[in-house]
Design a protein around this ligand. Sequence first.
Ligand code: ATP
Ligand code: MG
Ligand code: MG
Ligand code: MG
Length: 436
Amino acid sequence: MRLSRSFIPTLKENPAEAQIVSHRLMLRAGLIRQTASGIYAWLPAGLRVLRNISQIVREEQDRIDAQEVLMPTLQSADLWRRSGRYDAYGPEMLRIQDRHKRELLYGPTNEEMITDLFGQSVKSYKELPQALYHIQWKFRDEVRPRFGVMRGREFLMKDAYSFDVDYAGAVATYRRMLLSYLRTFQRLGVQAVPMRADTGPIGGELSHEFLILAPTGESGVYYDAALEEQDWLDEPVDVNSHEALEAFFNRVTAPYAATDEMHDTAAWENVPVERRREGRGVEVGHIFYFGTKYTEAMDISVVGPDGNKLYPEMGSYGIGVSRLAGAIIEASHDENGIIWPDSIAPFKAAILNLKSGDELCDALCERIYAAAPESFLYDDRPERAGVKFADADLMGHPWQIVVGPRGAKAGLVELKRRATGDRQELAVDDALALVL
Ligand code: ATP
Ligand code: MG
Ligand code: MG
Ligand code: MG
């Protein structure tokens, strides 16, 4: 994309309405604009980030055989009456009436709808297990929308739902999902620590929240440093073996990790002092086993192995896709702007033409740009070098390819790595090989 022709409206000043750094930077880097309280439009660069996050989430869901669907944003109130949640959900639910005075709602989550869809078509235990997910906009009328996309009212969520024949199957599915989440967050370039979460009235131990550390996080977090810097991408867990999944699960959940809601000061004392990590965190994912809560309430059953009615065991698994864009910036920025992880950056690199109009500089920039126009943001504006450097730092491209008159003569560029500030002078092809 050529910056001179793109809709990336960067701001020089800090917008007064933004209280936290990620919100400020998302507005300043031209990623989003608010259109109503807690409701945002995603501009071209922001949409690229949202798509990149979604794609990684999707690949990791597909990897564990969850199947993608797309359910609508609008749901009928009657569906929610069947589970008993229509009245229970309260004022966070946006309730709508159509012209025939039929009651609808903008979905805050999809347990009822997926259970109904499942029940319409699955009749026998032989068709289980099944896991379905979608990446869809949700609406929750939050009392206090704030922090930009981190606590919006309309937000993009990946929500998956699983159906298993029995408890053992449901637990295996849950553990598989936990591993999938660890891989997902690692690929997104962030450290998200799984922490035991409150299971509410259902009880049991099968609920985990994933938190990214950030000083502006809404939860207090306490965890053992043993959970840091683990590599889940090469983790050789056989996801088809219940034993292997159990061993993996026990290993991940053995070190202490809890949000303030679940904090146990006695257990915390047992963590060696040098390994205690304490701070604030942002919830970016949440997985939950809830058994037959919805299948029983909505009377959705299949025929079991003994010919009797069997209520499938369910779990639900959310990832805050749009919240992640903000949360990742909270965890990865400096005083000059965003530092995007390579995997989700809107562009792999900016090409900075330090002398637009100079024949050699223009020609070299065009040549670099032509190598991968989709991956580059070419700053071809007739601006001063200082402005281009500042905007590139603000937007957080992982690399900057700097083309100036002296280097251009020799076919050399300066390649800057945003995260470290390291610079090196390289021949164009060597720079391209590193970046692409
Ligand atoms: P929170 O505690 O932040 O209100 P939640 O526990 O109500 O979140 P869940 O029902 O667990 O949220 O939804 C799954 C995920 O959706 C959350 O882990 C979070 O990442 C994301 N999410 C929830 N509410 C919002 C929101 N208002 N804006 C953006 N993302 C959200
Ligand atoms: Mg909430
Ligand atoms: Mg929560
Ligand atoms: Mg939650």
